[in-house]
Structure formats: C-alpha cells, structure tokens
Design a protein around this ligand. Structure first.
Ligand SMILES: [Zn+2]
Length: 167
C-alpha cells in the first residue's frame, strides 16, 4: 500500500500537463498511477501520430512512384485515340478523293480513245484494267495502313499507355 491515496485522474493529468505537482510525485512512487500515466502517454502519442500534419520523409518519393505507376487519365487517352482515328479517316478520305480525280482523268482518256475509234477500246480497257489493278493494290495497301493506325488508336483507347510527354 502507498502512503497516500491515489489522486483523482483529472488532477493527475492536469499536473502532468503542468509538469509538476503532488499527484505526479505520487505517481512516481505508485505502480498503478505510473501505469495509468504510461497508458495515457501511449494514447497521446497515437493521437499525435493520427493528427500529425507533417508528412513522412518518404511521402514525396511514394507519391512520385504512385504518379509514375498510374495510367494517364482516361479522358486524355480517349481524345488521343479519337484524334488518331480522325486523322486516319481524313487521310483515307483524301486519298479516295485524289483517286477519284485519277479515275476522272482515266475516264477522259477513255472517252478520247473512243472518239478516235472503236478499235482502241480493247487496248484502253486492258490499260484501264492494269490501272485498276495498280490502284486497287495501292488502295489495299492504304486500307491496311488505315486499319493498323485505327487499331493503334483503339489500343491507346483501351490500354492507357502513357505518352512520352506524360512520362
Ligand atoms: Zn496511485
């Protein structure tokens, strides 16, 4: 048994804040009060840790790592993909228009040959056939390119690969 009765806890904590007092002196001698003070100290430590506004020293590194690991915001990716798709479509449209002009010139040549005589028709038709074959190959090549660029755009839409500027 201690020589003095244990003080009121409120008084003990008040003296703890003040740093001195008879209750603190008692707690230094009393095992039970010392245990209460130790528990209070640990609880206070936890509270400070929860309320601590200062970030840990590793916070910046952690945030940077998280930012680097995160995909580019989806909306930006969507616009990037849409831009690629539109560019591809405009390119294809432009090529088809140019091709129409070429076909128009071909039609004029065909008409001129037809005026000169029906005997040229066979030759013109075979020439046109050759041109069609060549143009067809070009169109097929371009459509393949178009498909690949469109797939790249779709892949960007779906994949979320960071652009070099983002990295
Ligand atoms: Zn006590």
């Amino acid at each position: 048994m201690t020589p003095h009765p244990c003080p009121d806890l409120e008084l003990l904590f008040t003296e703890l804040e003040a740093g001195e007092g008879p209750s603190l002196d008692h707690a230094a001698e009393c095992e039970a009060c010392a245990a209460i003070l130790e528990e209070h100290r640990l609880m206070e430590q936890d509270l400070y840790r929860l309320a601590d506004p200062l970030p840990p020293p590793s916070l910046v590194a952690n945030v940077m790592a998280r930012v680097a690991a995160e995909p580019v915001p989806q909306r930006r990716e969507v616009w990037s993909g849409v831009a690629i798709l539109l560019t591809s479509l405009l390119g294809g449209l432009g090529y088809l228009l140019m091709n129409d002009q070429a076909l128009g010139r071909l039609g004029t040549q065909v008409a001129a040959f037809m005026v000169e005589g029906p005997q040229f028709i066979d030759g013109v038709l075979s020439g046109a056939h050759a041109l069609w074959a060549t143009a067809g190959l070009a169109v097929a090549s371009f459509l393949t390119f178009l498909l690949l660029t469109s797939l790249y755009g779709l892949k960007r839409l779906a994949g979320g690969v960071p652009t070099p500027s983002e990295a």
